[in-house]
Write a protein that binds this ligand. Structure first.
Ligand code: PEP
Ligand code: MG
Length: 589
C-alpha cells in the first residue's frame, strides 16, 4: 500500500551499481485458486491432453530461460534450471496427477495443486539441504504448469509493457533471467543479499539493484515513481523535483568523474611520492574476468571458488573446476590470480554438499574446517587448482585459518596432491605459492607463527570484524556495531602486517573494508601491500591512492591508532579523502 505523496527514502544494500528512475512495477505473487469441476467420463481424455500440453509448454519455456541465462551468463548458472526440468519430467508426479484425474474425475488443476503441495511439503521436511531446496523447485514448476493450464502469462515480468523499476518481496533467478532488459530499468527487493543469485545476475546484466529493503514491497505501489541508487543502496519513493535535480546533477558529475577514471585503467596504484601498491579484484565466477579487465584491476586477489559449487545438484568435478580456474588464469596472465579454496558454511551452502544444520553456522563447520574433514572434496579442488597453474600466475589461499595446525594439515594435503600429479605426469607450477586468509582474531594474534609457514596473508575484514566485534555480519539489528575503523580492528591489522613484514611476506586485504575509497589511505599507511575489491571499485580506490602521499597515509595511520573510537578514525579518513580526491567523493554520492 502506498503511503501518501511525500518523498520516502528506504535504505537497503546496493548490489549492482547505477541509478535508475521510473514508475514502479510491483511484482506480486498472484494466488492461484481453481474451482473443482466434476468431469463427465468422456471429458477425461481431453483433460489429460490439456495436462500434457501444459507440461510441453512448461518444458519449452524452461529451456528458453536456460538458453537466455547461458547466453547472458554461462552454462553453470543456466544449470539452476536443470532441477526445474527434472520436476517437469518426474513421472511419479505426472502419473499420480493422471491417476487422480481419472479416479476422481475432477479438473487437472485441482489434482496437480494437491499432488505438488504434498510432494513439496514432504521434501521440505527432509534432513538433506539439497532435497529441502527441491521443495521450492516443485512449487515453482507446478505454478508454471498451472499458469499454462489457465492460459495466463507465465512470467509476470513478461507483461511489463513500459520501462519500469521492478519492486518485489524477492526475485527468483528465473524472474531475473527473464526480465525484459529493455523495459526493466532497475529493481528493488525486500529480501536478498549481495551474494544471492539475483544480485549476481543483476551485476552480470548491469541492471542497478538494491536488495534487503525489508518492506519496500509494502510501501511502494505500482505506478509510484521510484529512484534506485545501486551505489548507496538507497531507494527513493516519489522523489521530489529537488531530489531528482540533485540526482541529475550527481549523475552528470558521476559521468564526468567516471570518464576521468577510465584513463586510470593502465596506470599503477602509485602514491604521489612514488609508493606502489597493488589494486586487485574479487571475483565469484569466471565471467567476472570481463569486469576485472574492463576496470583495470591488477589481477584477482580473491576468487571465491565456492560459487562454482552453489545452485547445482552435483559438485563440479576436477576437470570442470580446472577449466574454470584455468580460464581465469589464462585470461589474466601474467597478473596473479588467488584462488581461495572452498569456503562453504556460514551463509553459503551448496545443495550438492550435505552439511548439518547448525545453531551458529559462522562459528561452525565452515571453510578450512569442512575441507580438512572432507579431504576427498578438498583434494579434488587442490588438484584442479594445480592443473590450472600452468600459466604460473595462480596462488592458493586457505580461508578461516584459526591455528597453526590447520595450515600444516592443508600444506600436507597440497604436498600429497602435488606428488600425485607429478607421478601422473600432469604439469603444474612447481613454485605455486600458498597463503592464508587472516579473518579470525586468533589468526591475527598468532600472525608471527603463521607468517613463518605461508607465502602471504590476505586479511578478510568481513569476517575479522564480525568475529572481533561479535557482530553477525548479516544481522541488520546490529549493523550499527559493525565498524571497520574500530580501534580493535586497527590493532589487529597493524600486528598482522608487522608479523608479515617480520617474516618477509606480503599482506593483502580482500574484505569490503578495502573497497571504501576513504579508507584506502589508512590501510596503506598501516602497511597493506595489496587491496582486492569488487571490480567496479578498482578505479575509485586507485584514484584515491594516486592522490595521496605515503607520508600522509602513515601519519594518518599512526594518529588513527591513537584514537579511542571508530567514528573519530572514520572522520579523519574522510577529511583526507575529501581534501585530496574530491572527485571520488562526488562519485560516492
Ligand atoms: C572476508 O571475510 O573478508 C572475505 C573476503 O571472505 P568472505 O566475504 O567470502 O567471507
Ligand atoms: Mg571470510
Amino acid at each position: 500500500m502506498s503511503e501518501g505523496g511525500a518523498e520516502l527514502t528506504l535504505q537497503g544494500v546496493g548490489v549492482s551499481p547505477g541509478v535508475a528512475t521510473g514508475p514502479a512495477f510491483l511484482l506480486t505473487r498472484r494466488d492461484l485458486r481453481f474451482v473443482e469441476r466434476q468431469l463427465d467420463p468422456e471429458e477425461i481424455p481431453r483433460e489429460i491432453v490439456r495436462f500434457e500440453e501444459a507440461l510441453i509448454a512448461t518444458r519449452s519455456q524452461l529451456r528458453e530461460i536456460q538458453r537466455k541465462v547461458e547466453r547472458a551468463l554461462d552454462r553453470e548458472s543456466a544449470g539452476i534450471f536443470d532441477a526445474h526440468l527434472l520436476v517437469v519430467d518426474d513421472r511419479a508426479v505426472v502419473e499420480e496427477v493422471l491417476r487422480g484425474v481419472q479416479s476422481r474425475r475432477v479438473n487437472v488443476e485441482v489434482v496437480l495443486q494437491e499432488v505438488a503441495e504434498r510432494y513439496a511439503d514432504a521434501l521440505a521436511q527432509m534432513d538433506d539441504d539439497y532435497l529441502r531446496e527441491r521443495a521450492a523447485d516443485v512449487r515453482d514448476v507446478a505454478r508454471r504448469v498451472l499458469l499454462n493450464l489457465a492460459g495466463q502469462p507465465v512470467s509476470e515480468l513478461g507483461g511489463v509493457a513500459e520501462p519500469c523499476v521492478v519492486v518485489a518481496g524477492d526475485l527468483s533467478p528465473s524472474d531475473t533471467a527473464t526480465m525484459p532488459r529493455d523495459r526493466v530499468l532497475g529493481f528493488a527487493t525486500d529480501l536478498g543479499s549481495p551474494t544471492s543469485h539475483t544480485a549476481i545476475m543483476a551485476r552480470a546484466l548491469e541492471i542497478p539493484a538494491v536488495v534487503g529493503l525489508h518492506d519496500a514491497s509494502l510501501r511502494i505501489s505500482t505506478g509510484d515513481r521510484v529512484l534506485v541508487d545501486g551505489h548507496t543502496g538507497r531507494v527513493i519513493v516519489r522523489p521530489s523535483p529537488a531530489t531528482l535535480e540533485r540526482y541529475g546533477a550527481l549523475a552528470r558529475a558521476r559521468e564526468t568523474a567516471r570518464a576521468r577514471l577510465e584513463g586510470l585503467r593502465d596506470q599503477p596504484a602509485r602514491t604521489l611520492d612514488g609508493y606502489e601498491v597493488v589494486v586487485a579484484a574479487n571475483i565469484e565466477l569466471p565471467q567476472d574476468v570481463d569486469a576485472v579487465l574492463r576496470h583495470g584491476a591488477q589481477g584477482v586477489g580473491l576468487f571465491r571458488s565456492e560459487f562454482l559449487y552453489l545452485s547445482r545438484p552435483h559438485m563440479p568435478d576436477e576437470m570442470e573446476q580446472a577449466r574454470a580456474y584455468e580460464e581465469v588464469a589464462r585470461r589474466l596472465a601474467p597478473a596473479p590470480v588467488i584462488i581461495r579454496t572452498l569456503d562453504l558454511g556460514g551463509d553459503k551452502f551448496a545443495s550438492s554438499v550435505k552439511m548439518p544444520q547448525e545453531v551458529n553456522p559462522y562459528l561452525g563447520w565452515r571453510a578450512i574446517r569442512f575441507c580438512l574433514a572432507r579431504p576427498e572434496i578438498f583434494r579434488v579442488q587442490l588438484r584442479a587448482i594445480l592443473r590450472a597453474s600452468v600459466h604460473r600466475n595462480v596462488r592458493i589461499m586457505y580461508p578461516m585459518i584459526s591455528n597453526v595446525d590447520e595450515v600444516e594439515r592443508a600444506a600436507a594435503h597440497l604436498a600429497q596432491v602435488r606428488a600425485e600429479l607429478e607421478a601422473e605426469g600432469v604439469p603444474f607450477d612447481p613454485d605455486i605459492e600458498a597463503g592464508i586468509m587472516v579473518e579470525v582474531p586468533s589468526a591475527a594474534l598468532i600472525a608471527p607463527q603463521l607468517a613463518r609457514r605461508v607465502a602471504f596473508f590476505s586479511i578478510g575484514t568481513n569476517d575479522l570484524i564480525q568475529y572481533t566485534l561479535a557482530v553477525d555480519r548479516v544481522n541488520e539489528q546490529v549493523t550499527y556495531l559493525y565498524e571497520p575503523t574500530h580501534p580493535a580492528i586497527l590493532r589487529l591489522l597493524r600486528q598482522t602486517i608487522e608479523a608479515a613484514r617480520g617474516a618477509g611476506i606480503w599482506t593483502g586485504l580482500c574484505g569490503e573494508m578495502g573497497a571504501q575509497p576513504a579508507l584506502a589511505p589508512l590501510l596503506i599507511g598501516l602497511g597493506v601491500d595489496e587491496l582486492s575489491v569488487s571490480p567496479n571499485m578498482v578505479p575509485l580506490v586507485k584514484a584515491v591512492i594516486r592522490s595521496v602521499r605515503l607520508s600522509e597515509c602513515e601519519r594518518l595511520a599512526s594518529e588513527a591508532l591513537r584514537c579511542e573510537n571508530a567514528a573519530e578514525v572514520l572522520a579523519m579518513c574522510r577529511r583526507l579523502t575529501e581534501a585530496r580526491a574530491p572527485h571520488i567523493v562526488t562519485l560516492l554520492g
